[in-house]
Design a binder for this molecule. Sequence first.
Ligand SMILES: Cc1cc2nc3c(=O)[nH]c(=O)nc-3n(C[C@H](O)[C@H](O)[C@H](O)COP(=O)(O)OP(=O)(O)OC[C@H]3O[C@@H](n4cnc5c(N)ncnc54)[C@H](O)[C@@H]3O)c2cc1C
Length: 362
Amino acid sequence: MSKEVVIVGAGVVGCLIAQVLKKHNIPFKILEKSIEVRKDPRRTVALTSDSIKFLNSLQKDLDLNAWATPVHKMHLYQKSDLNLVLESKEDKKVTSICLLDDLHEKISSGLESDILWSQDIKDIELGSKIQVKTQENNFDADLLFATDGMSSNVRKIMHFDTEEWFYGQKAYVAVVKANHENIAKQYFSKFGTLALLPLNQDLQHYSIILCTNSTSDAKAQLESLNQEFNLSLDLKGIELGSGFELKHIRAKKMFKERIVLCGDAANSFHPMAGQGLNLGIGDVMYIDSYINKLMEADPDTLKNYNSTRNQKNIQMTWIIQSLYGIFGNAEGLGEKIIKGGMKFLDRIPTIKEKIIEFANKN
Ligand SMILES: Cc1cc2nc3c(=O)[nH]c(=O)nc-3n(C[C@H](O)[C@H](O)[C@H](O)COP(=O)(O)OP(=O)(O)OC[C@H]3O[C@@H](n4cnc5c(N)ncnc54)[C@H](O)[C@@H]3O)c2cc1C
């Protein structure tokens, strides 16, 4: 009898694992808490070239290069001073931007009958099979992928050990019309960080991500930065919503028995470096390469998944903590150090190339 897999959570990472299982003809079910796909037309993601290559190879008709907005230049500002320019060479990109909803819709295509909606995981029992319990149903599985996001219930039920902290910041997102010329801009201000990411080449929109103190008036801050830095953004009628509370959570071990954590359920952090989903896609790339061994719950493969992916998560946590410490909301001496450091880096093209190369690996 063929082995069965349960995926908990139908976000991008859960749907990607489903596509991998489809490719390998492995039966699965996706259990999703919501009653339908959750939409947020303001949320965007920056994708690495590793992610694009993998996604395009997994779904031949996805063709991300045709619709994700390529970014060939990134400008980094301290207040209104342009201090560092990261520029890709030839046909390479610094990053590519797309709406999360568009990506999700394309990745979940063909999975309509595999997703069971309104299935909130309440309990899990381990025996010869993994028994997954929702309010009304029980599901048996030989292997469970937990892709239920930052507040993962699977992680809590199974008592995975985690490290976690709040940044005391929220991320506010919006999309505004503006001439972007495919240049991404990152501003480090006294309020926090402001990213402007080019979206949609024809219509020319900027995706705005403002990360600032949780208790601040984000809209007033955005308006003030718009004026101070001469951004010329048309903010009339803009809605920033209630924002995303920024929290770091990393599972110290990414599997227990035959339960495997992936994506935000395993690791989530500050969006400053735009890497959260890319690391989740990195988890799926590993799963794709070792799926047969994972289906056997091979202990060495599970250990290797944990060490390979967790090493990457620890490395990214360390980088983001350093960036957050330096750039989070710098003023005074910190501001002068940042400015000096960026200007110094700007004069060394080989280091800039290495930064772009590193930022594009999952
Ligand atoms: C403002 C912002 C900007 C970002 N920018 C970038 C970027 O530029 N690049 C990048 O790579 N990443 C970025 N990220 C991070 C990225 O969005 C996330 O890492 C990614 O979307 C996580 O996907 P996921 O599938 O792991 O989790 P989620 O998208 O959270 O999906 C989890 C799914 O599980 C379901 N679920 C939850 N609990 C249960 C339960 N008990 N039972 C069943 N189902 C359940 C949920 O309903 C949901 O559908 C950003 C994040 C933020 C907040």
